[in-house]
Design a protein around this ligand. Structure first.
Ligand code: 5GP
Length: 264
């Protein structure tokens, strides 16, 4: 039997409003937890100020947060793997906001070493070589691959190549630090293959509609490109089961803190 935690059930409901679990009423959800009977259920609803007619998918952001915190305090989630390494991968669908979450972690959790990738794409205005990326040409990227200097590498969006330099990561891990990689899904799979004890975190949009909004709202791509990216996002969302943890990016600071906590 597959055991699913209340937190996981809640995550699924919040991630996809069309999922059957999103239509579940909160009282039903609570009494499905073995430790909760009817009396306790009513006290919890009162404490969290949630109406008994509310469905999981219809919770306000404050209520979601309160319910999540309540569950975490009382039933800490089972760790899926006993000997997780300090190598943490943050991946997720296009436009989910991985970069923003990673920047927030860099700023607010300096104890976590954020890996700097090599890429063949051109720097955007404001991007600094060695800080945001190591900007290299195709020849140099090929050399790095041949010399075994990259832990993983992939071509992203059928365009530029990206890869994770191995050396700085090994040094940080050896020094006892936690290392965070913000990379694409192909890269995440390669890291898992190279190190099965790595912790894989999947960043989810609050909903599919929200993801579409983010993709379209950027306005930087034409219609054909947007369609292509949406298709990619759909396929990417389907791979979330391969990950150890799922974090919903409903609020950047909150999501960043959750990732940082998982990385500890
Ligand atoms: P951008 O060009 O917008 O900075 O990044 C595009 C995509 O490349 C993002 O999805 C990001 O996660 C991914 N990416 C950045 N660095 C790496 C890397 O080292 N390896 C892989 N596989 N993907 C990366």
């Amino acid at each position: 039997m597959r055991v699913i935690t209340p937190q996981e059930l809640l995550r699924r409901a919040l991630a996809d409003p069309s999922a059957p679990v999103a239509a579940m009423r909160v009282p039903e959800f609570l009494t499905a937890i073995p430790a909760i009977g009817e009396g306790k259920r009513d006290r919890i609803l009162k404490e969290l100020e949630i109406s008994p007619v509310k469905r999981l998918g219809g919770l306000g952001s404050r209520q979601r947060e309160d319910l999540r915190r309540f569950l975490d305090e009382r039933w800490p989630e089972l760790q899926p793997r006993g000997n997780r390494s300090r190598l943490v991968v943050l991946a997720g669908p296009t436009a989910v906001g991985k970069g923003t979450v990673a920047s927030h972690i860099k700023e607010h959790h300096p104890e976590i070493h954020l890996s700097v990738s090599a890429t063949t794409r051109k720097p955007r205005p404001g991007e600094v070589d060695g800080e945001h990326y190591y900007f290299v040409d195709d020849g140099e990227f090929d050399r790095m691959i041949a010399a075994g200097e990259l832990l993983e590498h992939a071509t992203v969006h059928n365009a530029s190549r990206y890869g994770t330099p191995r050396r700085p990561i090994e040094a940080a891990l050896a020094a006892g630090r936690t290392v965070l990689l913000e990379i694409d899904l192909q890269g995440a799979r390669q890291v898992r293959a190279a190190d099965s004890s790595a912790t894989l975190v999947f960043l989810l949009p609050p909903s599919w509609d929200e993801l579409v909004q983010r993709l379209v709202g950027r306005g930087t791509e034409d219609a054909a490109e947007r369609t292509r990216r949406l298709q990619t996002a759909k396929a990417e969302l389907a791979s979330q089961g391969e990950f150890d943890y799922r974090v919903v990016n409903d609020d950047v600071a909150r999501a960043a803190d959750e990732v940082a906590r998982l990385a500890r």
